[in-house]
Ligand binder design. Structure first.
Ligand code: KIV
Ligand code: NA
Length: 275
């Protein structure tokens, strides 16, 4: 499926108006997000956000395909990108191609995202030369949480050089954009100035060519997850909690259902629409 915004169109936005990106995992949220975003990502964060997993490591291809199909139904203008989950692409370029092509064929997404820098460059080249646009993801890569020993800021001090090399490697391999996660401002600026494709930051300062957040994070769905890099634009979790508490009280006090929610035995004669 050709989306209104294509990977080349995203690439052409380098250095221009900031790219607006959010995640989505369901059709109704995809509709809300599509109206305002350039890129909609079905992130493997779905495992933590919607399935109660403690990391993204347990996310499967079937989960990505199912949420990918749901989101596709809500997208009209944005570029739809789907994450390749842990274990679906690291073994070989051929494995990555098989799984990326499956996601594209089943969901109609126009591109995939995968985590990793220099070690993944060969795979990115393999996919992009065979018609699969790839968004890279470097810096803090959550699928490597065990190797990192936590979700720490990346690229302070000497480690910055390695991440800069990663950025250059994935851009040269053909990635149409690069997600920079939880890296310092100076490093994000250097990478953004160095590579010729857009950088999309999450916890990576305003120096990037665009920004992405997990939609449930910025909507304030969680009481217990408040990372420094997330700005909460709403408190939907609290609003929902209050609504559920009010419903429970109403039912226990027999205030709900009220007369207006009840089907009468004889429809009112004046009603145009029969009840
Ligand atoms: O899985 C995800 O939501 C992501 C974004 C936060 C970049 O990879
Ligand atoms: Na992800």
């Amino acid at each position: 499926t050709i989306s209104a915004l294509t990977p080349p169109a995203i690439m052409a936005r380098k250095g221009g108006e900031p790219l607006v990106c959010l995640t989505a995992y369901t059709t109704p949220v995809a509709r809300l997000v599509d109206a305002h975003c350039d890129i909609v990502l079905v992130g493997d964060s779905v495992g933590m956000v919607l399935h109660g997993l403690s990391s993204t490591l347990g996310v499967t291809m079937d989960m990505m395909a199912m949420h990918g199909k749901a989101v596709r139904r809500g997208i009209e203008k944005a570029l739809l990108v789907i994450d390749l989950p842990f274990g679906a692409y690291e073994a070989s370029p051929e494995q990555a191609f098989a799984n990326a092509s499956r996601l594209m064929a089943e969901t109609g997404c126009a591109a995939v995202k995968l985590e990793g820098g220099e070690p993944m460059a060969e795979t990115i080249r393999f996919l992009t030369r065979r018609g699969i646009p790839v968004m890279a993801h470097i810096g803090l890569t959550p699928q490597a949480v065990n190797a990192f020993g936590g979700y720490k800021v990346q690229g302070r001090g000497e480690a910055a050089t390695a991440i800069e090399r990663d950025a250059v490697a994935v851009a040269e391999a053909g990635a149409f954009a690069v997600v920079l996660e939880k890296v310092t401002e100076g490093l994000a600026r250097r990478i953004t100035e160095t590579i010729s494709v857009p950088t999309i930051g999450i916890g990576a300062s305003p120096a990037c060519d665009g920004q992405i957040l997990v939609v449930d994070d910025m909507l304030g769905m969680f009481a217990d997850f408040r990372p420094k890099f997330v700005k909460r634009y709403a408190e939907l979790g609290q609003t929902a909690e209050e609504a559920i508490a009010a419903y429970a009280q109403d039912v226990r006090a027999r205030r709900f259902p009220a007369q207006e929610h009840v089907f009468a035995d004889t429809p009112a004669a004046s009603r145009k629409v029969p009840t």
